[in-house]
Write a protein that binds this ligand. Structure first.
Ligand code: TXA
Ligand code: MG
Length: 328
């Protein structure tokens, strides 16, 4: 398949692709998504093929607005109304019972779907022009790092998707928060752009799923696999206290790619140091690019300095790093 990379002015062409049951990759404020008409089984199944995604991992559905989201689910409880009013459009995904109109393929055998209204202008314009729900997991090969630029998508899916809409670099850089509203109190299945601290004042008690699951185990949310969001090179995370040990290891091992957010923790050539910000938003925005750059550095090993906090957006960052790396 020939992959076309177009600017966001190609939205009418993207709509034609969706109407023909084909895939389009498009930008959202979190990461790029690989989209298909969420009402058509055959179209949704193409997403799984293109990503080599296990059929057990359900995908997120995107809606143009709350009204469209409501038509995709069986019930839209009061709590969902409150959340939609406060956080949509935005990086909050709600798990709710699936409506008949939506292809069961998005649910991967479950009775629920995960749905959100994204806030990226290109995503919103695309959804409005298509006038229907779009199923879209992150536009990467299953298990690997999510794309935050159109170039990342091309590197992952060249020849596997018909059209990529280029909307620039994603603003948030880590995936949306997935919140299960089918249980009380609601459970954060995946931390993301909308943090527990932001949710509590709106909905009160909320729990955070902290476990990981192994390949093949049944999971409350299959994206919680213990290895996910991972670069190809072996990646190790370490705490500041372990830095001397890491330096010694780098000396014997050969070229290492280090991702740090502390200027005092760096390695000289022939090693590569990628210095990220200490600001959580800036760190999140560049995390996946940094993992890709580290992967491309031809290093024997990637070292990642553990995040300095576990609250706010750092919770989402720590979660992704936990799955992308092993501890030292
Ligand atoms: O920010 C995002 O959410 C991006 C952009 C493209 O919107 N999408 C994304 O999709 O990250 P994906 O497929 O890579 O992650 C979807 C997550 C997975 O953890 C999956 O297990 C969970 O949502 N999920 C989807 N449907 C679910 C359901 N019915 N019940 C529980 N978890 C579900
Ligand atoms: Mg993903």
């Amino acid at each position: 398949m020939n992959t076309r990379l177009e600017s966001s002015s190609a939205i009418p062409l993207a709509v034609e692709y969706f109407r023909a049951g084909e895939l389009v990759a498009f930008p959202t404020e979190t990461v790029y998504g690989l989209g298909a008409d969420a009402r058509r089984d055959a179209a949704v199944r193409k997403i799984y093929d293109a990503k080599d995604r296990p059929l057990t991992n359900p995908t997120i559905v995107h809606a143009a607005n709350t009204k469209m989201a409501q038509r995709c689910v069986e019930t839209f409880p009061h709590l969902a109304e409150k959340l939609a009013e406060r956080f949509w459009p935005g990086p909050l995904t709600l798990v709710l019972p699936r409506a008949q109109a939506i292809s069961p393929a998005v649910s991967a055998g479950r009775s629920t779907i995960a749905i959100r209204v994204p806030r990226h202008p290109v995503a919103l314009e695309l959804l409005a022009a298509f006038d229907g729900p779009i199923a879209a997991p992150s536009a990467n090969r299953s298990g690997f790092v999510s794309p935050t630029t159109a170039a990342h998508v091309l590197a992952e899916l060249d020849g596997r998707v018909g059209l990529i809409l280029d909307g620039g670099a994603c603003d948030i850089g880590v995936e949306s928060t997935v919140l299960d509203l089918t249980r009380q109190p609601p459970l954060i299945l995946r931390p993301g752009g909308i943090t527990a601290e932001m949710l509590r004042p709106v909905i009160g008690d909320v729990e955070l799923f902290t476990g990981t699951v192994k390949q093949g185990e049944s999971a409350p949310s299959p994206g919680l696999l213990d290895r996910h969001y991972a670069p190809q090179t072996r990646a190790l995370r370490f705490t500041p206290g372990e830095w001397p040990k890491m330096q010694a290891m780098a000396q014997t091992l050969g070229p290492v790619a280090l991702i740090s957010h502390d200027a005092a923790i760096h390695l000289p050539a022939p090693h590569t140091t990628i210095l990220l910000s200490r600001d959580e938003s800036a760190y999140a925005r560049s995390l996946y690019s940094a993992l890709r750059a580290a992967d491309a550095a031809q290093a024997k090993l990637i070292l990642v300095l553990a995040p300095p906090a576990s609250t706010g957006l750092w919770a989402a960052i720590a979660d992704r790093l936990h799955r992308a790396t092993v501890s030292s």
